[in-house]
Design a protein around this ligand. Structure first.
Ligand SMILES: *Cc1c(COP(=O)(O)O)cnc(C)c1O
Length: 510
C-alpha cells in the first residue's frame, strides 16, 4: 500500500469512529488552540502582528494537540468557575471562607478541601478520607517520605526506585536519604530492566525479583504508576502485594496515571501515593496536586502510642489490612497518636483549627486531610474542580479508558503500518515504539524512539504543521491522544505530519 492510500483509508475509518464515538461531545468542553494561535506570538486579544496575518483555513483550523500527558488543555468551564471565584472574593471578602452563596456552584473556601477530596476520590479509587488535594507532586512525595520513611541503617534503610525515574523523584529520594544522614551509594537502589536496559521497559517479574533481592534491607519502594518516558503502566496491585510480603512500604507516583487509567488505590492496598493535576487532569500549569494515604496509615488513633516503623507495622498487620470501621474520636481523652509527619495548621481537627490562642497541641484530622499544611489556593481548587466536572460529565475515568484504549490502539496501528511498509524503505527504520503494545501495560501515551540525529528536525517540522507533541531528549517523542478531547482523526493527522517530518529529517541528516 502506498503511503497516500493508507492514509486515505485511515481517514475514512477515523471519520466513522469519531461519528460513532459516544464520548465525542466532551471535546466541545475544551478550548482547542487554533493553528493560528499556536503560531502566534501574541495574546489573542492583541491586534495581530503584521507578520502573522494568515489567511485561509489555517486561521480557524484547530491544531493537533497530543500533549495531554504534559499539559492538559483548558476546559471552557474553568474560566466560568474562576470568574465565579473572583466575583465571590470581590464581593464577599473574608466572608467567602464560610458564607455560602445561594446561586454559586462553588463550595465555601473552608469546605473547598473536602469538596476537592470528594471529587478526586473516585478518580484514584479511594475513600474521601484517604485523599487530600494539596501542595504539589514533589512536595507531597517529600511529605509522604517524611512521614513514612524511617530508616534503620542496621535493618531497613534502602529506597528502591527505577534508574530512569523522573528527575524530581530521583532528587526527592536522594535528598531524603541525605537528610537522614545516609549515603545514596548504599541506600538507594535504582532498578534497570535486565532484558531492556536501553528503554527500561520492565516485566513485572523483573521488578518482583529486585524487590526480593533487597527485601530485608529495604524500607520503601517508590515507583511510577505509568512511567513518564516509556509510557509503561506497571502492575500496581501485584507489585504492591509482593513488596508488602517483604515488609516494604509502597508509594506510587501517579503523575501520568491519574485521570488516564482507572485506579483502585484502596483495594490494591497501596500504602501512599502522590500526583499532580496539570497532565491528564487538566487543572492548569502548576495546579495543586494531591496525595493518598491508605486508611490504615492515615488514622490518628486515640489512646494508642504512635506506631512503630510503618514498614514493620505494614508487614505485621497483614491480616488487618482493610479499612477499619469508623471509630468515633474521643473528645479530649487519652493520648492522641499519629504517624510521624511534618504538620501545619490545616491538618488540625477543624473544630480546634481556629482556636489558635487556646489549642493545646496538634490534633490531626483523621485520614489524608491530616497531612495538609496550609490553607489551599482556592484559585487552584477552583480550576481543578472545573476540570473534574468534565470528568463527571464523561462518566468517569473507567468510561474514558474504554475510548482511550481504542484511540491509542488506532494510533499504534497507523504507526505500525507506517513503519511496516507504507514508508519508503529508507524511512522505515527511523523510529520504533518503545511503549508496550499490550493495552494493559500502557495508558494513552505512545513513546516513539527516533533514530539518532532526527529529533530536532522532526519536532520543528511537526510544529510547522501545528502538531503539538513533546520531546524527551535525546531522541524520544511522546504522543498522547487524550480521550476527553482527542479524536481518531487527530491520530491520522499526526501520522501524516510525522511521515512528512521524518522524510524532511532524513534528508537534512543525510
Ligand atoms: C510531571 C512529573 C513530576 C513533576 O513534579 P512537580 O512537583 O509537579 O513539578 C514529577 N514526577 C513525575 C514522575 C512526573 O511525571
Amino acid at each position: 500500500m502506498s503511503s497516500t492510500t493508507f492514509l486515505a483509508d485511515a481517514r475514512e475509518r477515523a471519520r466513522v469512529l469519531d461519528r460513532d464515538d459516544p464520548l465525542a461531545f466532551t471535546r466541545s468542553e475544551f478550548n482547542i488552540p487554533t493553528k493560528a494561535q499556536i503560531a502566534s506570538t501574541r495574546l489573542p486579544d492583541s491586534p495581530p502582528a503584521s507578520t502573522e496575518r494568515e489567511s485561509g483555513d489555517d486561521a480557524t483550523a484547530e491544531c493537533i494537540y497530543l500533549c495531554g500527558n504534559s499539559l492538559g488543555l483548558q476546559p471552557k468551564r474553568t474560566q466560568t468557575r474562576i470568574q465565579q471565584y473572583l466575583a465571590t472574593w470581590a464581593t464577599q471578602g473574608v466572608q467567602g471562607h464560610f458564607k455560602p452563596l445561594e446561586d454559586s456552584p462553588l463550595p465555601t473556601w473552608l469546605d473547598a478541601d473536602d469538596r476537592a477530596a470528594q471529587l478526586i476520590a473516585p478518580v484514584v479509587g479511594a475513600s474521601q478520607s484517604e485523599v487530600a488535594v494539596m501542595q504539589t507532586l514533589t512536595a507531597n512525595l517529600h511529605l509522604l517520605m517524611s512521614a513514612f520513611y524511617r530508616p534503620d541503617i542496621r535493618g531497613r534503610h534502602k529506597i528502591i526506585l527505577e534508574s530512569k525515574a523522573f528527575p524530581s523523584d530521583h532528587f526527592a529520594v536522594e535528598t531524603q536519604l541525605r537528610h537522614h544522614g545516609l549515603d545514596p551509594a548504599t541506600s538507594m537502589i535504582t532498578l534497570t530492566s535486565p532484558t531492556s536496559p536501553e528503554d527500561n521497559v520492565f516485566t513485572t517479574a523483573e521488578i518482583l525479583s529486585a524487590i526480593s533481592t533487597h527485601g530485608p534491607t529495604t524500607a520503601l519502594l517508590l515507583l511510577p504508576g505509568i512511567q513518564y518516558y516509556t509510557g509503561q503502566l506497571l502492575d500496581i496491585p501485584t507489585i504492591t502485594a509482593h513488596a508488602h510480603k517483604h515488609g516494604i512500604f509502597v508509594i506510587f507516583d501517579l503523575a501520568h496515571a491519574v485521570g488516564n487509567v482507572p485506579l483502585a488505590l484502596h483495594d490494591w492496598d497501596v500504602d501512599a501515593a502522590a500526583w499532580c493535576s496539570y497532565k491528564y487532569l487538566n487543572g492548569g500549569p502548576g495546579c495543586i496536586g494531591g496525595l493518598f494515604v491508605h486508611a490504615r496509615h492515615g488514622d490518628a488513633v486515640v489512646g494508642q502510642q504512635p506506631r512503630a516503623d510503618p514498614a514493620t507495622a505494614a508487614a505485621a498487620d497483614d491480616g488487618n489490612r482493610h479499612h477499619r470501621p469508623e471509630e468515633e474520636e474521643e473528645e479530649g481523652g487519652g493520648h492522641y497518636a499519629y504517624t510521624n509527619r511534618l504538620a501545619g495548621w490545616w491538618a488540625n481537627d477543624k473544630r480546634t483549627r481556629f482556636a489558635m490562642a487556646t489549642t493545646p497541641g496538634f490534633r490531626p484530622v483523621r485520614g489524608a486531610a491530616g497531612f495538609q499544611l496550609s490553607n489551599p489556593s482556592i484559585l487552584d481548587m477552583t480550576s481543578l474542580g472545573a476540570s473534574l466536572e468534565v470528568f463527571a460529565l464523561a462518566g468517569g475515568v473507567g468510561r474514558l479508558r474504554e475510548k482511550s484504549v481504542r484511540l491509542t490502539g488506532f494510533l499504534e496501528e497507523l504507526l505500525l503500518l507506517l513503519s511496516g511498509g507504507s514508508m519508503a524503505a529508507e524511512e522505515r527504520a527511523l523510529f520504533r515504539i518503545i511503549t508496550p503494545s499490550d493495552p494493559q501495560q500502557r495508558g494513552a501515551q505512545l513513546s516513539l524512539k527516533l533514530a539518532e540525529g532526527l529529533l530536532e528536525t522532526v519536532m520543528r517540522e511537526l510544529e510547522r504543521r501545528a502538531v503539538i507533541v513533546d520531546e524527551r531528549k535525546p531522541d524520544v517523542i511522546r504522543v498522547a491522544p487524550a480521550p476527553l478531547y482527542n479524536r481518531f482523526e487527530d491520530c491520522v493527522a499526526f501520522v501524516e505530519a510525522f511521515a512528512e517530518a521524518l522524510a524532511v529529517a532524513r534528508q537534512a541528516r543525510a
